[in-house]
Design a protein around this ligand. Structure first.
Ligand code: NAI
Length: 340
C-alpha cells in the first residue's frame, strides 16, 4: 500500500512537471539513424517532452509509429522530406537536435566528415532558421568544431542569430571522462565530475583532471587517462569495424543535455552542462567558439564559466587545443561564405 502511494505521488509529480503550461516540442533531425533512434526513444520517455517531431531523409515516419505506441503522454509524429515535411517538423519546436550526417569509419578523423556533413548541417540550419528561429539548436553532427560555426553563419545570414541558443553537444566527452576516471580510481562514476573544455575532436578535447576529485593523478596514469578521454570515440569506431561510431552512449548524452535545457527552461536554477558555444573566453585570440561549463536558463546560455585554474600540463593541452580549434572554426565559417 505504501509503495503504491509512493509511486502515485511520483506519477503526480511527473504529470505536474509536464503540465500544459510547460509543453515542449522537441524535433530530431536525422531521427532514423544510429543516434537518432535511441535518442528519440529516450526523449519519448522524458515527461518534460510533450511533442516529439522526427525527421529523416528516410524512415522518419516508421520510427515515429514505433515510438508512438510507448505509453507515455507525448505525441510523436514522423516527417519525410516531401513538400512541407521539414518545415512542419520544425515549426513551434523549443529544441532542435541535429544528429543527421555520416559517422566515422576506422582510420577517419571527425574532420574527414566535413565534406559530407557541412552541407547537410547548412541546409538543415536554413530550414530551422526559417521555421523555428527561436528554438535552441543542439548540434551533434560532426565535426562539431566546424558544424556549430556553420549553423551560426547561416543564422547570421538570415538575421536571426542568437548566440545564447546554439550549442555543440560535447556531453559525451564529459560522460566518458567520468566513466573512465571511475574505472581507474575504482569509484562510482555518478560521483565523478571532470570538466572537459575546448572542442569536440582529438586534441581539442581538454579534460581538466586537476579540477576533478583526483587532482593528484600524475605520470603515465594521467597521460593514459587523458589520451583515452580525447580518443575514446576511436575505441567505438574500431570495435564497430566500419558500422559507425558511438550511437547509444551518444544518445544518452544528447538526451541528458536536452533534459538539462528543459529543466532550465522550466525554471530550475543552477543547471550547468559543459557545451561548445559562442564564447567570450578566447575571442581575443580569434576563437569565437569554445566549450566550458555553461549555466543554462530559460533563454539558453545564462552564464559561461571560465576555464579556471589549470596546471602546467593542462596549459600545454589547452595551447594545442586552441591551434586546432581556430582552424576548425574558420573552416566552418569559410564553407558558408563560399557555399551560402
Ligand atoms: P547514421 O548514419 O547512423 O545516421 C545518420 C542519419 O542521418 C541517417 O538516418 C540519415 O538518413 C540521416 N540523414 C542524412 N542526411 C540527412 C538530411 N539531410 N536530413 C535529415 N537526415 C539526414 O549516423 P550516426 O551514427 O547516427 O551519427 C550521426 C552524426 O553524429 C555523425 O556525424 C557522427 O559523427 C556524429 N556523432 C557525434 C557525436 C558527438 O559527441 N557530438 C558522437 C557520435 C557521433
Amino acid at each position: 500500500m505504501f509503495a503504491a502511494r509512493q509511486s502515485f505521488n511520483l506519477f503526480q509529480k511527473r504529470a505536474f512537471s509536464a503540465s500544459a503550461s510547460q509543453a515542449s516540442k522537441v524535433a530530431v533531425l536525422g531521427a532514423a539513424g544510429g543516434i537518432g533512434q535511441p535518442l528519440s526513444l529516450l526523449l519519448k520517455l522524458n515527461p518534460r517532452v510533450s511533442e516529439l517531431a522526427l525527421y529523416d531523409i528516410r524512415g522518419g515516419p516508421g520510427v515515429a509509429a514505433d515510438l508512438s505506441h510507448i505509453n507515455t503522454n507525448s505525441t510523436v509524429t514522423g516527417y519525410n522530406p516531401d513538400a512541407a515535411g521539414l518545415r512542419d517538423c520544425l515549426k513551434d519546436s523549443e529544441i532542435i537536435l541535429i544528429p543527421a550526417g555520416v559517422p566515422r569509419k576506422p582510420g577517419m578523423t571527425r574532420d574527414d566528415l566535413f565534406n559530407t556533413n557541412a552541407s547537410i548541417v547548412r541546409d538543415l540550419a536554413k530550414a530551422a532558421a526559417d521555421a523555428a528561429p527561436k528554438a535552441h539548436v543542439l548540434v551533434i553532427a560532426n565535426p562539431v568544431n566546424s558544424t556549430v560555426p556553420i549553423v551560426s553563419e547561416v543564422y547570421k545570414s538570415k538575421g536571426v542569430y542568437d548566440p545564447k541558443r546554439l550549442f555543440g553537444v560535447t556531453t559525451l566527452d564529459v560522460v566518458r571522462a567520468s566513466r573512465f576516471i571511475s574505472q581507474v580510481q575504482k569509484t562510482d562514476p555518478a560521483g565523478e565530475k571532470v570538466p572537459v573544455v575546448g572542442g569536440h575532436s582529438g586534441v581539442t578535447i581538454v579534460p581538466l583532471l586537476s579540477q576533478s576529485n583526483h587532482a593528484s593523478i600524475s605520470g603515465e596514469t594521467r597521460d593514459a587517462l587523458v589520451n583515452r578521454i580525447q580518443f575514446g570515440g576511436d575505441e567505438v569506431v574500431k570495435a564497430k569495424d566500419g558500422a559507425g561510431s558511438a550511437t547509444l552512449s551518444m544518445a544518452m548524452a544528447g538526451a541528458r543535455f536536452a533534459e538539462s535545457l528543459l529543466r532550465a527552461a522550466q525554471g530550475e536554477k543552477g543547471v550547468i552542462e559543459p557545451t561548445f558555444v559562442d564564447s567570450p573566453l578566447y575571442k581575443d585570440q580569434g576563437i569565437d567558439f569554445f566549450a566550458s561549463r555553461v549555466e543554462l536558463g530559460p533563454n539558453g546560455v545564462e552564464q559561461i564559466h571560465p576555464v579556471g585554474q589549470v596546471n602546467e600540463y593542462e596549459q600545454k593541452l589547452l595551447d594545442a587545443c586552441l591551434v586546432d580549434l581556430k582552424k576548425n572554426i574558420q573552416k566552418g565559417v569559410d564553407f558558408v561564405k563560399a557555399n551560402p
